[in-house]
Ligand binder design. Sequence first.
Ligand SMILES: Nc1nc2c(ncn2[C@@H]2O[C@H](COP(=O)(O)OP(=O)(O)O)[C@@H](O)[C@H]2O)c(=O)[nH]1
Ligand SMILES: [Mg+2]
Length: 311
Amino acid sequence: MSLQVGIVGLPNAGKSTLFNALVSRRLAETAPRLFTTIDPHEAVAALPDRNLEKLSKLIKPKETVPASVTFIDIAGLVKDAHKGEGLGNQFLAKIREVDVIVHVVRAFEDSNVAHQHPIHTPGSLEQIIEDIEIVNLELELGEIKKKPTIYVINIGESQIGNKETVVITKKIKDKFKSEAITLSAKLEEEFIDLSTEEREEYLKSLAVKESGLNQLINAAYKLLNLITFYTIKGGKEIHAWSIVSGSTAIEAAEEVHTDFAKNFIKAEVIEIGDLFSVGDWKQAKEKGKIRLEGKDYIVNDEDVIEFKTNA
Ligand SMILES: Nc1nc2c(ncn2[C@@H]2O[C@H](COP(=O)(O)OP(=O)(O)O)[C@@H](O)[C@H]2O)c(=O)[nH]1
Ligand SMILES: [Mg+2]
């Protein structure tokens, strides 16, 4: 599946800033091209994937294609959106289409950025809960079926590493029984022009383990119970794919190409670790490291697969 992620939140929460940061990223080594921008509010980004980068360096394929994720910046969810306030209905329709909701809530303070609704204690747990509940109520009144939601607490740069934000994030996670992460959308936006190495250095200097994009993807994978598998056409062209855990070989084939499923003969499968240690598909085959699996085989996370078809 290509993951569809809808970004919601109150005005000035930092949705568009986060959206820009998420979709402008180039996957440095593996796919130097930018992914497609569908329109200013919708764009396809490459899923960050260390295994894929490593595979690509090792196999030196003609083409490496990361799994993709579509981000949609769904603005306009204000109080009374369900009554059509602020083009509410149009936005609610968009939300119905996505797999995951990323709910951005403002915790940064900046006197230049107005709060467009009454607030009392900016950045406090109470305020964050209140802000979340305004949006959640609109989703409920708009009859959006309960969807996996990742709460993104958007903090200011100076709050990074702050213990209080860690506590708040944990409380939000517990209260709303969902995933919650903390990041600074503004900082993420500054990463756009940095290389992977520069970004990692920068994050390290701030004692942050992972970029917001990685945190978000990990949370979405967890919520949707997804795994990644790789196809290696002719031992050379590498693609990464997301699929629901527990899927069979034939379902994985279907994900790649409908004809693959129709004309499925068998799957040649290797664990990525084995491929890393041998370093080459052909050699792995000669060494008997590649298994033959039928259509009912349950695909494992990080399997590398070559589908054999009679097409
Ligand atoms: N100081 C600070 N400002 C931010 C942060 N995130 C967003 N902003 C600013 O807040 C304003 C509104 O952000 P925007 O992304 O347009 O919010 P949206 O209405 O939710 O799409 C912009 O001026 C951003 O630069 C942040 O983490 N820190
Ligand atoms: Mg916006």
